[in-house]
Design a protein around this ligand. Structure first.
Ligand SMILES: *[C@@H]1O[C@H](CO)[C@@H](O)[C@H](O)[C@H]1NC(C)=O
Ligand SMILES: *[C@@H]1O[C@H](CO)[C@@H](O)[C@H](O)[C@H]1NC(C)=O
Ligand SMILES: *[C@@H]1O[C@H](CO)[C@@H](O)[C@H](O)[C@H]1NC(C)=O
Length: 352
């Protein structure tokens, strides 16, 4: 099955590759809202390859967590990129939710794939530990000897199961012998490794009136924000690769090799890409750039969120905006706070 999805973006009709992960559309708009109210029909999820369809049917109760995971990943992407030229915008009314941006093998594509794969592993693992899915639960193997002053208790999160789902489902379509598939596989795995590397012992005290007579601990996943911050660093230090073609018994196979021999080669935890990003300054339906006109910029920052860089040197407009805020708050004994409402005006700077 080859499906092609076309997106009308900024007046340009652009059809994205048949390999686009259009099942991510499960995580946005009405498709996502309906997951809570209606039983999921695997055959109605757009763009599943046969392996994904089989997986969906076998593990249908996990699918809402898979969708939740993609959503968590997208939200984190939008947080991490909020002040940048490309800010991880999704388009609701299309199946190719990021538009043509993901067609190129750029750093942005690397980040989105990694954070989505991590999101799926994370959300499934969390759902298992919360007991909301029957096929999985807590990890009972991860118990060593008790530590100094604490014993094992509670539910250790079973990342192996979440990772299995992410690998089987999110990577299911990445089995082509081409460079892009190799890149996606690598970056998806980097996203999952980020969680594994941040698992930590979470502890709780039990005892009379808050004393810590008994302390129980279990393995927990980090906050997803920790994963987002970490992956953003990986985005900044992503490794540029070049594509090599090899003749193998199964035909031509493309692999990736670091472009610069004098940099440390990427580890499994690093992001890789092999095409340069557009500058995202001007709207362009071909590349999926929305441009930065009307974007709010920070006039005092010299970073990418500053007006100079965000507006690509076009300059910015300034207008006064006002906002109602709480002010003159007084603490009354005991115990409430009363406030007045004030109108505060401030300057809003937007790119020309
Ligand atoms: C997309 O959908 C979300 C919620 O589903 C909504 O908050 C947002 O306004 C929509 N965006 C557009 C551009 O329609
Ligand atoms: C992200 O960029 C789009 C397109 O330029 C813009 O409409 C949107 O407001 C931006 N979002 C944020 C949070 O700045
Ligand atoms: C603008 O940039 C300055 C300097 O980097 C920073 O201190 C400030 O918090 C930023 N303001 C906003 C609203 O992000």
């Amino acid at each position: 099955m080859v499906c092609v999805v076309c997106v009308l973006l900024l007046g340009v009709l652009r059809c994205v590759l048949g390999t686009y992960p259009i099942w991510w559309s499960l995580a946005v708009g009405p498709q996502f809202s309906s997951l809570a109210s209606q039983p999921l029909l695997c055959s109605s999820i757009p763009g599943l390859v046969p392996k994904q369809l089989r997986f969906c049917r076998n593990y249908v109760e996990i699918m809402p967590s898979v969708a939740q995971g993609v959503k968590v990943g997208i939200q984190e992407c939008q947080h991490q990129f909020r002040g940048r030229r490309w800010n991880c915008t999704t388009i609701n009314h299309t199946l190719a939710i990021f538009g043509p941006v993901l067609d190129r093998a750029t750093r942005e594509s690397a980040f989105v794939h990694a954070i989505a794969a991590a999101g799926v592993a994370f959300a499934v693992t969390r759902a298992c530990a919360e007991g909301s899915v029957a096929v999985c639960g807590c990890d009972s193997r991860r118990k060593g000897p008790p530590g100094d002053g604490w014993k094992w208790g509670g539910c250790s999160e079973d990342l192996d199961f979440g990772n299995m789902v992410s690998r089987e489902f999110a990577d299911a379509r990445e089995n082509r012998p081409d460079a892009r598939s190799a890149m996606n596989r690598h970056n998806n795995e980097a996203g999952r490794i980020a969680i594994a590397d941040h698992m930590f012992l979470k502890c709780k005290c039990h005892g009379l009136s808050g004393s810590c007579e008994v302390k129980t601990c279990w393995w927990s996943q980090p906050d997803f924000r920790t994963i987002g911050d970490y992956m953003k660093d990986k985005y900044d230090s992503a490794s540029e690769m070049i594509v090599e073609k090899h003749r193998e018994s199964r035909g031509w196979v493309e692999t990736l090799r670091p472009k610069y021999a004098f940099f440390k080669p990427p580890s499994e935890a690093d992001l890789v890409y092999y095409e340069t990003s557009p500058n995202f300054c001007e709207p362009n339906g071909e590349t999926g750039s929305f441009g930065t006109r009307e974007r709010v910029c920070n006039v005092t920052s010299h970073g990418i969120d500053g007006c100079e860089l965000l507006c690509c040197g076009r300059g910015h407009n300034t207008r006064a905006e006002s906002r109602r805020e709480k002010c003159h708050c007084v603490f009354h004994w005991c115990c409430y706070v009363s406030c007045q409402e004030c109108t505060r005006t401030y300057d809003l700077h937007t790119c020309k």
